[in-house]
Design a binder for this molecule. Structure first.
Ligand code: MSP
Length: 649
């Protein structure tokens, strides 16, 4: 296989500390589209995605669930694979950093670099940002706290013996490579960012963790007290997946990888750590590293698990279909730029582009041909010249943009053809041609429209694999024909409107993308403001409940205060004589002096606990208790107007 026939593309491998969300779905859908496009182009494709399972973050997630890290990872990976499959991600390998071949390669690379003197031992003093699993300088820590991006508790101070990779040694070679390969790091603003970063001093990279602090990783082959740094481990997955070995297999035909897709947040780890590791290993650098932007929430923050502001991709896929999601993500923002997500925006684009433009073109083409031309692809001489001109413009644009990962622009080119098709119907008025009985002219129009549908189906295949296949199936085109069509279109657009075989039976069937006049119920429910709760439905607060018989044990009676005076030996107590309807008044010591003067109390009717066992308080036996309001400080006494001695219950 020549290098030109092979295409290797990777996504970052995802941390298994949480479930997949829109950000991960996005990278994967983009990579999948490129992989599918290149397969259609007839290339041998290797598309690798997977999970990054070692490190502090995953260990903490496992610990929080009370699981071993391996059990946690095995459990989480099931969910990740399911999401990838749900999104139709056609990976050739789902790699895990706990896979045996990967662990073996990481150890072999470490040993080789250690033997070559590329790794040395030293004392590390600095800060660790667990969230990103990276070391940062004091200055960077302070800046990121000052900007409000992070809080002091995000950083952990570390001082320990460690192993370092001589990253700084490769700075010059890396800068030279970036400068002589303008397309190496894309888009260009990210390339500039990396060059800017490399203009500052570049230190060496701490690549180990003492097991005593963090043991969930791959052990250093030359020091069993340490595991390797999660990024050193993770980045090597890209080579593991090619079959590369340190002294034999060079990773061909896949290596050097065509495209490594990443998010802009992991630009430095890929453009600097990874590339210098490769330079030290004397392995060619990737052909392209492409950093895409972020999906941000309405307040401009990156959507992430830790911020709890992510979009539930499953909910979107359940409501609109997986292909509509794939289309939206790639069409909505330029690959490389940030984009805000809103469900309303999704609904609008779904209806406008998919239900209206594409759905309409397909429906009109298929149903009009069905009604007026017997439901078969008409046999006509040549397509309308104006359509040929449009095809000559937009098809190469679509293909070129797929080739260079400009998904938005590729889709715009396809939808320019779709829009032109609808306009063509409006101006040619096939319904009038039918009325006039001009069957030849009608056949030309309908053939052109059906061909435009086929062309759009072929060009949309990488983005919407299921829906495109459904559309093409209605037109009698199977996978082989699609593959052949793409191979032909890459060379020339001649014949772009002659993909169909005249006489083929076509079927309108159900609409490809049913219109959603309103937000699908499951989403609307999620978006609805929290419903007002009727106070009557509010639950009672937690209590230490007692049973009724317990309550009846307390005997309460109305008491009439007949005398009141200071307690001779206690500052806070008053001594009261209270008539509770017995032969003599009770003597009661009450801690109410801070609130009541003795005179205020005489004559008041109060509630008395009469079966509280008498107790001496500073020398005076208290024969009951007066009920009062107020927790620490008494604010009032319970008063009743009934006669003294009356039972209270
Ligand atoms: N494990 C590392 C990568 C190691 S690669 C050798 C990692 N994992 S991650 O799960 O945190 O993120 C993986 C990818 O998801 C990154 O490319 C990241 O940019 C992307 N996204 C996460 N949230 C995102 C958005 N809100 N928007 C777009 N993509 C973002 O980093």
């Amino acid at each position: 296989m020549s290098a030109r026939d092979a295409f290797y593309i990777t996504t970052p491998i995802y941390y298994v500390n949480g479930a997949p969300h829109i950000g991960h779905a996005y990278t994967s859908i983009a990579a999948d589209t490129a992989a599918r496009y290149n397969r259609l182009r007839g290339k041998q494709v290797r598309f690798v995605t997977g999970t990054d399972e070692h490190g502090q973050k995953v260990l903490e997630a496992a610990t929080a669930r009370g699981m071993t890290p391996q059990a946690h990872c095995d459990d989480m990976v099931t969910g990740w694979r399911a999401t990838m499959e749900r999104l139709d991600i056609s990976f050739d390998r789902f790699i895990r950093t706990t896979d045996d071949d990967h662990e073996a390669l990481v150890k072999a690379v470490l040993q080789k670099l250690w033997d070559a003197g590329e790794i040395y031992e030293d004392q590390y003093v600095g800060w660790y940002l667990v969230k990103d699993e990276v070391f940062v300088t004091e200055k960077e820590k302070d800046e990121r706290i000052a900007s409000g991006e992070l809080k002091p508790e995000h950083f952990r101070q570390i001082e320990e013996r460690n192993y370092f990779f001589r990253m700084s040694k490769y700075k010059g070679a890396l800068v030279a490579h970036i400068e002589s390969h303008p397309d190496f790091i894309q888009p260009v603003n990210r390339r500039n960012e990396v060059l800017g970063f490399l203009r500052k001093e570049l230190g060496d990279l701490c690549i180990s963790r003492p097991k005593a602090r963090m043991s969930w990783g791959i052990e250093l082959p030359f020091d069993a007290e340490f595991v390797t740094y999660v990024w050193f481990d993770a980045l090597l997955n890209y080579l593991t997946a090619t079959g590369y070995t340190v002294d034999g297999h060079d990773g061909s035909p896949w290596w050097p990888v065509d495209y490594q897709l990443i998010g802009k947040d992991i630009l430095t780890t890929h453009s600097v750590y990874w590339t210098t590791m490769l330079l030290a290993m004397e392995v060619p650098l990737p052909q392209h590293i492409y950093a895409h932007g972020w999906w941000v929430s309405s307040d401009g923050r990156k959507m992430s698990k830790s911020d709890g502001n992510t979009i539930d991709v499953d909910l979107l896929a359940d409501s609109f279909g997986v292909d509509a999601c794939r289309y939206f993500f790639l069409r909505e923002i330029r690959f490389g730029a940030d984009g805000g997500f809103s469900y309303e925006g999704f609904l609008t684009r779904y209806n406008a582009d998919l239900a209206n433009d594409l759905g309409n073109l397909a429906h009109r083409g298929l149903s009009m041909t069905g009604k007026w031309l017997g439901g078969q692809v008409p046999d006509t001489a040549a397509p309308a010249p104006e359509l040929q001109a449009l095809v000559a413009e937009h098809v190469p644009a679509a293909l070129h943009n797929y080739e260079t990962l400009q998904f938005k622009e590729a889709l715009e080119a396809v939808f320019a053809l779709v829009g032109a098709g609808n306009k063509y119907i409006d101006t040619r008025e096939p319904w009038s041609l039918n009325k006039q009985g001009d069957t030849d002219a009608l056949a030309v129009v309908m053939r052109d429209v059906l061909e435009l549908c086929a062309l759009a189906g072929v060009l949309l295949r990488p983005v919407m694999p299921t829906k495109a296949a459904e559309l093409l199936g209605k037109l009698g085109l199977g996978d082989d024909a699609v593959q052949a069509a793409v191979a032909r279109l890459v060379g020339s657009t001649e014949g772009a409107l002659r993909l169909l075989t005249p006489g083929t039976a076509i079927a309108a069937g159900d609409p490809l993308f049913p219109r959603h006049r309103e937000m699908p119920a499951a989403i609307a429910e999620r978006l609805a403001p929290p419903r007002q709760v009727d106070p009557a439905d509010l639950p009672l607060p937690e209590m230490d409940w007692i049973e009724f018989p317990d309550f009846t044990k307390v005997q309460l009676r109305v008491g009439h205060v007949v005398e009141a005076g200071d307690h001779p030996k206690a500052d806070k107590l008053l001594v009261l004589k209270v008539d509770v309807g017995e032969a003599r008044p009770r003597t009661i010591c009450a801690g109410i002096k801070s609130r009541f003067a003795p005179d205020e109390l005489v004559g008041r009717k109060v509630v008395v606990v009469v079966n509280l066992k008498p107790r001496k308080m500073r020398g005076i036996a208290s024969e009951g208790m007066i009920l009062a309001a107020g927790d620490k400080e008494v604010v009032d006494l319970l008063s009743v107007e009934a006669d003294a001695g009356e039972v209270v219950r």
